[in-house]
Write a protein that binds this ligand. Structure first.
Ligand code: F6P
Length: 332
């Protein structure tokens, strides 16, 4: 018979993502509702080593569902990546009598959670990253807000770019994944979307497209460039030198990580926060929460971590048809 779950902990790890607070709130309130004591660990895995455990109560998460960032703070923790790091962290968690740990974070945070699971800590993962780059899930908390932030910024840049008849390169985040670029590019009607998964480094094509587009009387030309490709300033200089058309680069950077989460992020974060505690209370062990086929599922952490990410065809096809590819289409 499984022993009763009495004390659990929650932490946020890796890059912050809008909606993390809604997930923490879901965890805290559900735990309290079940009579489970809940501890917030500050600063991600680093807070385990520093023993930054604090018991949380319902009022600690009041008025947080709408807040960006994470009230528990976050960090990227080198110690967890060292050979004996997870074992030490597991020992500290055991000393604090933690029966289960909810980790809200991205791929790297889940790798840390997987290592903890091997050291006897029961972990439940909630995907929280703006990058949407986790293989086992169709959705990660923060992606929707980050895309909406990027779309808002790109629309504004487009206004100015059109007024000056310039070409604009907008660099969006995503580490080595192109999801933010792809979705924000489709949503803003960009002329080009460059993402690491598909970009062929063909600058000549980019330049030809711009020249032909300009000859046809188009006054704007927006190129969305993913962080994984980078070098937006260099690209702008090369395009301007080759075409004589003023070209400016804007790197959106960390503003994509901040801000009040969208309703979609709040909703999924709440759903996952609640489910994480239900799983722990029911005796489930080492699961990652995922959105799959529109539903909420939980997968074994080892199986889930083996899953690869594939950009859905319908998105790349749409981008392909609606962006401007001079070399593929010779009339519009
Ligand atoms: O994973 C989220 C993310 O914002 C990535 O898009 C980006 O590459 C990275 O984090 C930046 O990390 P840091 O906050 O450590 O500079």
């Amino acid at each position: 018979m499984r022993s009763k779950v009495e004390r659990i902990a929650v932490l946020t790890s890796g890059g912050d993502a809008p909606g993390m607070n809604a997930a923490i709130r879901g965890v805290v309130r559900t735990a309290i509702g079940k009579g489970i004591r809940i501890y917030g660990i500050r600063k991600g895995y680093a807070g385990i080593y520093e023993e930054e455990f604090r018991e949380m109560y319902a009022e600690d998460v009041s008025h947080t569902i709408n807040l960006g960032g994470t009230i528990l703070y976050t960090a990227r923790c080198q110690r967890m990546k060292e050979d004996d790091g997870p074992a030490e962290a597991a020992e500290i968690l055991k000393q604090h009598k933690i029966d289960g740990l909810v980790v809200i974070g991205g791929d790297g945070s889940f790798r840390g959670a997987q290592c903890l699971s091997k050291c006897g800590i029961n972990v439940i993962g909630i995907p929280g990253t703006i990058d949407l780059d986790i293989g086992c899930t169709d959705y990660t908390i923060g992606f929707d807000t980050a895309v909406n932030t990027a779309v808002d910024a790109i629309d504004k840049i487009k206004d100015s770019s059109t007024s000056h008849e310039r070409c604009s390169i907008v660099e969006v985040m995503g580490r080595s994944a192109g999801y933010i670029a792809l979705v924000s590019g489709i949503a803003t009607g960009a002329e080009e979307i460059l993402m690491p998964e598909t970009y062929d480094n063909n600058e000549e094509r980019l330049i030809n497209n711009l020249i032909v587009n300009r000859k046809r009387g188009h006054t704007h030309h927006i190129i969305i460039n993913a962080e994984g490709i980078g070098d937006s300033i260099g690209l702008a200089e090369r395009i301007e030198a080759a075409t004589g058309i003023e070209t400016r680069a804007s790197v959106l950077g960390y503003l994509q990580r901040g801000g009040s989460p969208t309703s979609r992020d709040r909703m999924y974060a709440s759903v996952m926060g609640t489910r994480a505690v239900e799983l722990l209370a029911s005796g489930a062990r080492n699961r990652l929460l995922c959105i799959s086929g529109g539903g909420l599922v939980d997968r074994d952490i080892d199986e889930a971590m083996k899953m690869e990410k594939h950009i859905p065809d319908y998105l790349t096809r749409t981008a392909d048809v609606l962006t401007y590819h001079y070399t593929k289409k010779n009339s519009i």
